[in-house]
Design a binder for this molecule. Sequence first.
Ligand SMILES: CC(C)(COP(=O)(O)OP(=O)(O)OC[C@H]1O[C@@H](n2cnc3c(N)ncnc32)[C@H](O)[C@@H]1OP(=O)(O)O)[C@@H](O)C(=O)NCCC(=O)NCCS
Length: 248
Amino acid sequence: MNTHPPMAKETATDAPADAAVAALPTQAAAIMDGISALAAKLPFPVTVACAIRPLSLNSLSQIEHAYLRDLGSGPRRKQWRLGRAALARLFAANRPPPGSAGTPQQAQWSLCHTDDLAIAVATTERDLAIGVDIEAPPGPSERSRRLFLSDREQRWLGMLSASTRQSATNRLWALKEAAYKSVSVPQTVVLKDFRLRTACLEHGVADCAAAPGASCFYLTDDVAGTAVALAYCRLQADAAPGPIAKKA
Ligand SMILES: CC(C)(COP(=O)(O)OP(=O)(O)OC[C@H]1O[C@@H](n2cnc3c(N)ncnc32)[C@H](O)[C@@H]1OP(=O)(O)O)[C@@H](O)C(=O)NCCC(=O)NCCS
């Protein structure tokens, strides 16, 4: 059963993103523009929405209220409500249920957030799954590079000048997170499983070493130090559910 939620009419067609960008702080607007520019390069339509204010408590559904209660009192609450606000721009009241990201039924949208900004993307292409990520400075530490980069990718980073290395690291992180969101279920795949075919940050293909045949196309950019990335993979209609279930 396809449970992809219908997009809110006003955002799917007239995308109020431009109006939203006008009111955004400069860096948030630049990031929104950066993601929109990447989306425009994809060979299928993608709607992009952002939020800088959490969705109001009054607008949350009962299920969302219950989910929020379980999040406790930390910063995650605000981030999660920011994400809900971005999803509300895409789907209005038909936004996908909390916790459904990464499930096979919810492949055609993706979300990322910082403390102050959430970006959501969605496509109506039902044979594709997409992922989005942003990585603000300082990004992953030197130590954590070993955890998400292959030896080859670490060697490649090592050859870069110190001034470009941090930006490249952040872009690698963002693209792997976007790739992860577009193909995997969390318990079975880690970021390190995604291997770039070529040492190219702008665009390319990342293969998931843990799931032969699971590859995704990615695009990244550096927006004033913040890495932005989009990824998508083509769904296989015959993909059998298994330890690594591709979204279908
Ligand atoms: C799941 C993961 C991508 C979330 O990333 P994050 O930086 O914590 O948060 P982001 O703002 O980028 O994205 C959050 C959103 O991702 C989405 N998400 C979570 N799990 C997902 C999945 N399996 N597939 C697709 N989207 C997913 C959710 O919409 C979430 O929003 P929410 O607040 O409404 O729940 C991250 O935990 C991860 O990278 N896991 C991979 C495991 C791994 O390799 N860890 C080692 C790193 S060294």
